[in-house]
Design a protein around this ligand. Structure first.
Ligand code: FAD
Length: 318
């Protein structure tokens, strides 16, 4: 059995896509797990995105607590005899996966960027050494746990005609000794680079904070309205908030179009945007690394290129 779990619905769709490929390769069924209230609509959605079955663990626990969720997922793994477990790699998912690995004595690869079967063994890749190398890790024992961040895999096309079994089971576990005193939403702006279809990003090639309006203007005429940036712009210069920061230690993005202006293309930046559909780079240095990752490269001064590009797009789009 292959099971997938995330508290993030979109991420679960993406895991189901990879999970169904693995389940086929292993000749096993794919089960999506829901923990909490029995949500039949969500279960049906998971089936339409590739799950063969959905296991709903009904519990009175109303919010995530790693110790309790570990016990619940541990019970499900036992009950379903799951050997391959894919977990969404967000904050909760990573803690859950590592605790579960300890509890069921399983191997665990965190933040995998690819998962596949090689010689019938589960193999996972992850980025190491600040993005300078890819570690390829193979499981020699079962169960195997892999966490996968969002945007690594594309979800399958929704098929409303798919049928699957929905199993509901009440699972109560021992209350954890820890107590959550307060849950506070993280303060973020209205920027969501992770879901953007078009991103125009700026880097240290910009001389002043005010000049960022050049990327803003291009983003606006492209109707993408999303501005991204390299780390120095958010972390060192603080010209933009961290919501805009793209890369290994920032946000991982996968827009249809990514335009990088005045960004050199260091591996840590590339790690966050390499899966974009079309990459356009603007840099005055023809030897800049960014051109190696770009589909289209414009060698030129961004202060001349960006206004021209904005006007050209304006004319084209009317
Ligand atoms: C552990 C670790 C994690 C990191 N994580 C991230 C991350 O998540 N995201 C990230 O971005 N970086 C990250 N970095 C930093 C990364 O290594 C680079 O330092 C950073 O990406 C460089 O940013 P930049 O390209 O904007 O600046 P620079 O490398 O200084 O490049 C500026 C570019 O602008 C060009 N330029 C200058 N003037 C003009 C002009 N007028 N017109 C056109 N082009 C011009 C230059 O030719 C140059 O290529 C990380 C580093 C480490 C060690």
């Amino acid at each position: 059995m292959v099971i997938v779990y995330s508290d993030d619905k979109k991420l679960t769709f993406e895991l189901l896509s990879k999970g169904s490929e693995l389940a086929k390769g292993l000749g096993k069924k794919l089960t999506a797990v829901i923990i909490g209230k029995a949500d039949d609509n969500l279960a049906k959605e998971y089936i339409s995105f590739g799950a063969d079955n959905v296991f709903i663990a009904e519990t009175s626990i109303d919010s995530f607590k790693a110790e309790e969720y570990t016990d619940i997922l541990g019970n499900i793994v036992k009950e379903t005899s799951a050997e391959t477990i894919l977990i969404g790699s967000n904050k909760n998912g990573k803690e859950l996966a590592s605790r579960l690995a300890g509890k069921i004595n399983a191997g665990c690869v965190i933040d995998s960027t690819n998962v596949y079967l090689k010689d019938k063994k589960l193999t996972a890749e992850r980025v190491v050494y600040s993005g300078n190398a890819i570690a390829v890790e193979q499981f020699n024992s079962k169960p195997c746990i892999v966490t996968v961040p969002s945007k690594v895999f594309d979800p399958l096309k929704k098929d409303g005609g798919r049928k699957g079994e929905i199993v509901k089971k009440k699972i109560e576990v021992e209350k954890s000794a820890s107590k959550i005193l307060k849950v506070q939403d993280m303060k973020t702006g209205d920027v969501n680079v992770e879901d953007a279809e078009i991103i125009v990003s700026c880097g240290r090639g910009f001389k002043n904070k005010d000049d960022i309006k050049l990327v803003d203007e291009l983003a606006k005429v492209l109707k993408g309205k999303t501005v991204g940036c390299s780390r120095p712009i958010a972390a060192d210069l603080k010209w933009l908030s961290e919501d805009h920061w793209i890369g290994l230690s920032g946000h991982k993005v996968k827009p249809k179009l990514y335009i990088a202006a005045g960004i050199s293309g260091q591996i840590q930046h590339i790690a966050g945007m390499r899966d974009s559909g079309i990459i356009v780079a603007i840099n005055k240095d023809s030897e800049a690394l960014i051109f190696k990752s770009a589909d289209y490269g414009i060698v030129g001064d961004l202060y001349e290129v960006l206004p021209k590009l904005t006007n050209a797009v304006k004319e084209k789009m009317g």
